[in-house]
Design a protein around this ligand. Sequence first.
Ligand SMILES: Nc1ncnc2c1ncn2[C@@H]1O[C@H](COP(=O)(O)OP(=O)(O)OP(=O)(O)O)[C@@H](O)[C@H]1O
Ligand SMILES: Nc1ncnc2c1ncn2[C@@H]1O[C@H](COP(=O)(O)OP(=O)(O)OP(=O)(O)O)[C@@H](O)[C@H]1O
Ligand SMILES: [Mg+2]
Ligand SMILES: [Mg+2]
Lengths: 466, 466
Amino acid sequence: IEKFRSLSPAEFFYRNREIAGFSNPSRALYQTVRELVENSLDACDNHGILPTVRITVFPENTKENHYRVTVSDNGIGIPPRYVPQAFGKVLFGSKYKLRQTRGTFGLGAKMAILYGQITTGKPVEVRTSPKGSQYSYFFKIMIDIEKNEPIVMERRIMKRKSKRHGTTVSVVVEGDWSRARSRILEYIKRTAMGVPYATITIITPEKEAYKYSRVIRKMPPPPREVKPHPRGVDIEMLKAIIASTKSSTLKDMLKNAFQSIGKKSAEILLEEAGIDPNKDPRKLTLDEITALVSSMRKYNKYRPPRTDALSPLGKDIIEAGLKGVLKPEFAYAVTRKPSSYSGHPFIVEVGVAYGGEVPLSPDKGPILYRFANKIPLLYDEGSDVCWKVVSDANFNWRQYNVKLPDRIAVLVHICSTKIPYKGVGKESIADVPEIEREVRNAVKEAARHLRLYLSKKIRAEEEKRK
Amino acid sequence: IEKFRSLSPAEFFYRNREIAGFSNPSRALYQTVRELVENSLDACDNHGILPTVRITVFPENTKENHYRVTVSDNGIGIPPRYVPQAFGKVLFGSKYKLRQTRGTFGLGAKMAILYGQITTGKPVEVRTSPKGSQYSYFFKIMIDIEKNEPIVMERRIMKRKSKRHGTTVSVVVEGDWSRARSRILEYIKRTAMGVPYATITIITPEKEAYKYSRVIRKMPPPPREVKPHPRGVDIEMLKAIIASTKSSTLKDMLKNAFQSIGKKSAEILLEEAGIDPNKDPRKLTLDEITALVSSMRKYNKYRPPRTDALSPLGKDIIEAGLKGVLKPEFAYAVTRKPSSYSGHPFIVEVGVAYGGEVPLSPDKGPILYRFANKIPLLYDEGSDVCWKVVSDANFNWRQYNVKLPDRIAVLVHICSTKIPYKGVGKESIADVPEIEREVRNAVKEAARHLRLYLSKKIRAEEEKRK
Ligand SMILES: Nc1ncnc2c1ncn2[C@@H]1O[C@H](COP(=O)(O)OP(=O)(O)OP(=O)(O)O)[C@@H](O)[C@H]1O
Ligand SMILES: Nc1ncnc2c1ncn2[C@@H]1O[C@H](COP(=O)(O)OP(=O)(O)OP(=O)(O)O)[C@@H](O)[C@H]1O
Ligand SMILES: [Mg+2]
Ligand SMILES: [Mg+2]
C-alpha cells in the first residue's frame, strides 16, 4: 500500500539539489560562489551603489576538501528581521517582482547554505550593516530542512562606528577547488566584463589575488518595478488582481493593474469580451473572466511593454569588455530595441570580436559568451538558445566572410523581467521563439558590420600588393 | 527598499511552470498527457496489476484550443482521505521512497491541474475506486495557489457495484493538438514498447483510436522499497536517522538504518571514524557525525546496493519492442549488471537495431530511443547523457562496421531509485560519471554483436558472389 507525505520546499531541494546545480563537489563550489556573488551585485546595482565585492575561498582546516567561501559587499544590507528567513527559508526573498534582477527564485543563498550544512555541518555566518541604520548585525543560521524554517544559532547586535554599509556571507562547503578553479576564475572575470563600474576581488586557496578594478564610475539607472503586461495574463493572475483591487469598475481595475492599458484599450478589450466596463470586478463570473483573459491575450495593439524595468549593458560596455579581454582587431556591438514574450519585456544585445588575439574558435561555432541579466552563463552551452542561433549548423557565417574555425567570438546579453531559464541552476536559456528571433537578428546585424570590415581589410591588402 | 516575501511551492511552480515542461500550449498538452499516464502506470505495475490505461483527448466546446484530457486506469486507486492533497498540494505524493517508480517529485499531477486552472479555470475531476474498498469516490478539486492547499469543490461517495478498481483523472487545458499530436502519439507508442504487458488506448480529437494490446501476461516483480546505501550518506541524513532511531548503540543503528552494513563493516567504519561502536547515537557530537559520514563515504568494500528496488525491462522485452516497431534485420539487447552512484542502485540496458525497415539515421548519430524508469524521453536529446555517449562525435561507430548515416537505432533504458534528471520536467538525464560509463559499456557490448552479424553478412554475400 502507498504511504503519502508532503515535502517542505527545503526537503525537496535538498533531495534534488543537483537540479539547482549542486551535483558534485566541483560544480557545487562554483554554484556556491556564484549564488553569493549574484546576491551581492544585486544588493549594489539595484540601489545605485557602485559595487565593491570581495570573494575569498580558503581551505578550512577541518578537512582537506572543505573550503570557507566568504563574499562581502558594500550593498544595501538586509533588515535584521528578515535575515533569518532570507538565509534559512527556501522560497523566500525580495526579488519576486517585475523588475530585472539577477535573483529570481528565492533559493540561491539557501542552496549554498544547505550544501554546506549537509557536507560540513556548519552554519552560515551573516554580517549585515543596513544602509541608514546605526547598527551592525551578526547571525549564525542553519536550515531546519523538515520545517523549511531558519534555526538562529547565534545573534548579535553592535553599534556601528562607521557609515559603511553592506553584507558579508560566509559558508563552509565541501568542494573540489582544483577542478572548479578555472570555471570560478572565468566566472569572476566575465562578471567584471559585464559590470565595469564594479570593483571585484577574489582570493584563492593558494593565496593568489585577482582584482578587477572599476574602469568607469557612471552606473546605469537601477531597473524599476513595473506592472504586469496584459499579454502575459492568465485566469489565476486576473482572479488575484480582482481579489485585491481597490477599483470599483472593471475598466479602472484594468488601467490600474496593468501597464499599457489606457481608457481606449480597456474599452476595446471589454467590448471584445462582452462585459460592461463599469461592472464591479468582484461580480465577474468564471465565464466572463475566461473571456476577458482570452481577449487580453489576443489583442495586439498594446503599447509595447515598458522598459524602465530593464537595465541593458549598452554598446560601449560590451565593446570595452570584448576589447579588454580578447584584444581583437575588430569589435562591434548592437543593443536591439525592446521586445517582449508573454508580456515580459526583454532586450537582446550582441557583440562580435574578430582577429587580433581572439583565440581560435571550435569548428562548430564561434567562441560564445552568454549573459543573462548581467550574469555570465558558463555551463550547458549546448542547450542554450544563444548556441542554437550562432552555431555553424544554424548560422551561415560564410555569408559574412567568416570560415570556421576562425578567430571569432560572440557575446550575447539577454535582459528581461523574467529570463526563461531551463532550470533553477540558471545555466541555459530556453528557445522562446521571440527571444530566438531577436538574438538571430542581433547577431546578423553585428555580423554585417564584421563583413564590412573584413571586405575593406581584404581590399586594403590587395591594394598593398599592387 | 526591498520588500520580502515567501512563495508557497504552488506559487513557485506556477510562476516557473516552463521549468516543469509547461512552456507553451503544444508542450503543455504533451506534458499533461504524460504526467497522468505515468501516474496510472505506476498505480498498476507497482502493485502487480496488468495495466489497462485509456487516454482521451477531446475538444472542449468552450473554446477552440481547449481540450479535455482524461486518463483512466485499473490501478490500485487512491484512499479518499489523500485524494485532495494528492491532486491539490504541490510536493505531495507516495513516491518519496527508495524504490524505482516513474513518479518522484510529488508534482506532476498538480502541474497539469494548475495549468488547466490558469488556462481554462476548470477544476480537475477525479474518480477513484480503491482496491479492496466497497466504495467509489468522486472529487472536483482546485489548487489554492497562495496556500498550496486543495480546494474541494465537490465530493461524492457511491457504493460500488463491481469489484473493478482504478482511477480516472480528467482536466481541461489550453493546448495545441496539431503541434503536439505527433509527439503525444509517439510517446504512447514508445510507452507501449516498454510495457508490453499493458493495454494502452488513446482516442484523439479527430476521434481516431490507437490501441496497443498487451502481448505478454507475465509481469516483472514490482520494485521493493530499500534502505539507503551508506555511500550516499550526508550529515543531515545521518542526523535525521539519529533523531528517529530506536537502536541503543551506534553499530546497531548503522546495521538497521542502511543496506549493505553488517556487523563487520560497522566496526570498521566506526574504528576509522574513531568512535566507540557501543556509544548511544544521540550522544554523538557534530565532529563525530562529520567523521562518521566521511568514513562511510570513503569506504569501498560494501556489498553493492540491493537491486530488488529495481525493475529492468529485460533483453527479451527490448528486442521484442525494437522488432515490433522498426522491423530490423538485426536486433540485440543487453542488460548490464547493477551498478550505483552516490549510493543509488541503477541498471543500464541497451538494444541495437539495424537494417531492414529501420529509418535512415541522421549524420550525427543513430536514431536514439531513451527510457528512464520505463518512461520514454522525447525532448532535450542533445543534453542527455545517452546522446553524449552514442553520438558520432563520441562513439566510434566505424569501428563496428557502421558508417553514419545508416539504418541504425539504439534504445537505452536506465532504471534507478533516483534518476538524475536535469530538470523537473523529466526530459534528459545528467552525465553522472558512473552512469555514463555504464551506458558506454552497454552500447559497446551490443555494438560488438552487431559487428559480428555485419561481418558474417559481408562474408556470406562474398561467398554468394563466387
Ligand atoms: N548580499 C546581500 N545583500 C543584500 N541582500 C541579500 C544579500 N544576499 C541575499 N540577500 C537577500 O536575501 C534574499 C534571498 O537570497 P537568495 O539568493 O536565496 O534568493 P534570490 O536572490 O532572491 O533568488 P535566486 O534564488 O534566484 O538567487 C534576496 O532576495 C535578498 O533580498
Ligand atoms: N492514477 C493514479 N492512481 C493511483 N494513485 C495516483 C494516481 N495519480 C496520482 N496518484 C497519487 O497521487 C500522487 C501525486 O501524483 P503526482 O504526479 O503529483 O506526483 P508523483 O507521481 O508522486 O511524482 P511526479 O511529480 O514525479 O509525477 C502520487 O504519488 C500517487 O500516490
Ligand atoms: Mg540569489
Ligand atoms: Mg506523477
